[in-house]
Design a protein around this ligand. Structure first.
Ligand code: ARG
Length: 458
């Protein structure tokens, strides 16, 4: 008795090595729910169109219900001989219900079947990832809300630049994750199109109602070109691109957490439950979670490279290459999901060391720009003001003092227009308050940002 779905033409069995090399059931069995849903929608439509009988449909439904039970109970026997999830389920169906099972594949090919399964699966994953991006944002907004007046030295080139509200800094990440959520919603539109009905590549001679199947499965529409329907994996590339960008955002945040927790910064502390120790150095508490999140961004970006390279040389239409789309896609979803969950949780529990941040902000002449702006208001052209302040900073460095610690007389030596009100300008709070521009770090602006995010995130 032949074991393969196509073997009448073949004069010898497939080599064992080829069997193992070409089989995908070990990983694509993960698609079983989508595969059954797709088959049931197809069968209902075939019956409605009179392609199969009402009894066939009833048999298929009964068989699929049993298969679902078996898979859920763990008693379903997945066979490598049957290559993939599709053939495994179809073979079991035929064992259970006979001829009706053999009629299921009418007007269908595994080429449109697998494309449908992956899209259905990915759509559901997208719907479970979207709330995690929202949770990540909420977690950041929660910490931001408590730290509007916490002052962090803002860096450019990793050198102290200007003081910023710590909340403002965290809200920058909220903007990133907001864009990620928008990208994900946009990807979903193109994922949610039905390939089924394209059959192997050219469409089918049976009177299929593709719109009906699309509706049953919750797709927004049906792919409009059968060749494209079976060969397109743009939706997977786009999703992986979205995931790579989101993971890069996570990675940058993770990197800052690692830095902030280092003794040389000491800006934050992480709860013990997110840290690990060292087997040799008794004093160690390491931010392993943040480091791993940073590291795992590499593997997701790698999956994007893998998938895009997988597609680049493929002639139309379906090629077996496409079987390689699944593992990277699955791992991308799993990695992103775990990473978003753990990072949102960890960020929500950070301890902010306000005083240390503020002390650091006082160290690098972060308000030098404020002094230049002050002189501009007194009538100096900005370039001249910049030069005056450079001299003042040089003197302050030589004396080991902050600008605000120089006596008024010394400051007036750099420019006579300087008066007593300069000290308000040189303070960290004064510097923040001055940046009232839309999107600036002034506490009023930061509170307005928080209110906008709260409104949006609910
Ligand atoms: N396991 C295959 C895949 O993942 C299913 C489609 C196979 N189609 C074919 N004509 N061999 O792509």
């Amino acid at each position: 008795k032949k074991s393969q779905a196509w073997s009448a033409l073949f004069s010898e069995p497939m080599s064992e090595l080829v069997k193992r090399y070409t089989a995908s059931v070990d990983f694509d069995k993960r698609l079983w729910k989508a595969d059954i849903a797709g088959s049931l929608a197809h069968a209902e439509m075939l019956a409605a169109q009179g392609v199969i009988g009402a009894q066939d449909l009833a048999d298929i439904q009964r068989g699929m219900a049993q298969i679902k039970g078996e898979i859920e109970a763990g008693s379903f026997e997945w066979k490598l001989d049957l290559e993939d999830v599709h053939l495994n389920i179809e073979a079991r169906l035929t064992t259970l219900v006979g001829d009706a099972g053999k009629r299921l594949h009418t007007g269908r090919s595994r080429n449109d079947q697998v494309a449908t399964d992956v899209r259905l699966w990915l759509r559901d994953e997208i719907d479970s990832l979207a709330p995690l991006l929202a949770d990540m944002q909420k977690s950041l907004v929660d910490v931001a809300e408590k730290n509007v007046d916490t002052i962090l030295p803002g860096f450019t080139h990793m050198q102290v630049a200007q003081p910023v509200s710590f909340a403002h800094h965290l809200l920058a990440y909220v903007e990133m994750f907001k864009r990620d959520a928008e990208r994900l919603a946009d990807v979903r539109k193109r994922v949610n199109q039905l390939p089924l009905g394209a059959a192997a590549l050219a469409g089918t001679s049976y009177p299929l109602d593709r719109e009906r199947v699309a509706k049953t499965l919750g797709f927004d529409g049906a792919c409009q070109n059968s060749l494209d329907a079976v060969s397109d994996r743009d939706f997977a590339l786009e999703f992986t691109a979205f995931a790579s960008i989101a993971m890069v955002h996570v990675s940058r945040l993770a990197e800052e957490i690692v830095l902030w927790m280092s003794q040389n910064f000491s800006f934050i502390d992480l709860a013990d439950r997110y840290c690990t120790g060292s087997s040799i150095m008794p004093q160690k508490r390491n931010p392993d979670v943040a480091e791993l999140a940073r590291g795992k961004s590499g593997r997701v970006v790698g999956h994007l490279m893998g998938l895009i390279t997988l597609m680049k040389g493929q002639p139309l239409t379906y090629n077996k290459d496409n079987q390689e789309d699944k593992e990277p896609l699955f791992d991308t979803v799993d990695t992103l999901r775990d990473t978003l969950r753990i990072m949102a949780e960890m960020v929500g529990g950070i301890t902010v060391k306000k005083d240390a941040m503020e002390r650091a902000a006082l160290r690098g002449y972060a308000t030098a720009t404020d002094l230049a702006d002050y002189l501009v208001k007194k009538g100096l052209p900005f370039r001249d003001a910049h030069e005056v302040v450079a001299h003042a900073v040089k003197t302050a460095i030589a004396q080991g003092k902050d600008l605000s610690e120089l006596p008024l007389a010394t400051l007036q030596g750099f420019n006579a227009t300087i008066t007593d009100d300069v000290f308000g300008v040189l303070s960290l709070a004064g510097s923040l308050n001055a940046r009232q521009v839309l999107g600036g770090t002034a506490p009023v602006q930061v509170r307005a940002q928080i209110a906008r995010h709260r409104q949006r995130l609910g």
